[in-house]
Design a protein around this ligand. Sequence first.
Ligand code: GCU
Length: 410
Amino acid sequence: MNRSLTANVLSLALVLILLALPVMSHAEQATDREYINLPELMVMEDGTPVTSQEEFAARRQELLTLFADTMYGPIPAHGFETSFEVLEEGDTLDGTAIRKQIKIHVSTEKGSSDALMLLIVPKSDAPVLVVYGLSFGAVHTVLDDAQILASYSVRKYPNVEEDTRGIQADMWCIAQAVQRGYGIAVVFCDDFSPDNTRTYNRRIISLFDEPDFKGISAWAFGLERMADYLQTDENVDASRLVVTGMSRLGKAALWAGANDERAALTIATVSGTCGASMSRSNTREQIGDLNASFRWWMRDSFKTYNDRVNELPVDQHELIACVAPRKIYVSSAETDLSNDSQGSWNAMMMSRDAFRLFGHEVIEDNTVEQPPVGTRVFTESMAYHMRSGKHGINAEDWNNYFDYMDLYLQ
Ligand code: GCU
């Protein structure tokens, strides 16, 4: 090659690099992981770049459809009726709060299913922010209050409330929520869809002729029905609904929060695989492991990706992005054995362009490592913390969430 040709080639290369720079947008996260064949968040499936809020609205719909079609299956949006009945109401927590117990009744032409929602709101002159989510135990386990009824799905067990009342109170911190001015609404996940392969399709799922309607989407459907009620309650500020869940129920909360624009904030606690953690290059639970152990959570066709995760047309940074322009809070625990926390940090970092498009402040941090144990990062549109200890949820998690709400959801 002669000199001028070499110079031309070099300057052409330089021009190409400079042209490529803005394309490698600031969303590119420094990461120690290799994400092969990673779908581009801000590009429509037909290759059109997404550069405006209107275009992102279309991209979001496209992504939600892709997630339903490949992973979670659909969440029915019509073909059913919902009604509510306040079964009981009274004072609780030494008179500082109001307890309501609401029957959520869902019916279709195939039948009906009931769920019991416990709602605790601090006494207040104005409607309050309410955090709503599903619990691993019946609702009488989340607060030591003798008036709390048995969830519908445990009524067949005699004396269940007497034996287990309040045993999961530490996982919900309802007294602390009330002290901070916030309400909590809880339904036992089994009231919507029992968490086992034998009976998962007996309740909500049995009301629909939809073979791809599975456990996680049934829980997300339930969370949507909870929001339906909360919107109508005079003690609840419908503009400050916060959807939450831990672990498998965090996967459901994220899927619900991505879909349901009524949730102003979505909190996913140690939600892991098919929650906030990337499917690609996951160092913990692989999608094949999840599909093998929990066959009733995702649509059957998702299992065809077990050995080809890099061919998934979506990854979890795009699910987090579907929460935009609303707020997202992802949290992790240090010794968690099922949740790939670095993978959830990476997912959040790679979702940022969606939030930026709305002019919202995001975590401007391009270090490879997630924040160290014991630290939290709060911004207008996203927050993350890593606490010490194991898989689960505790008062430290809730304190961080309440602090975030104090700062960003007033
Ligand atoms: C299992 C499962 C995880 C899930 C967790 C939980 O460990 O593999 O995906 O998040 O249970 O729900 O506690």
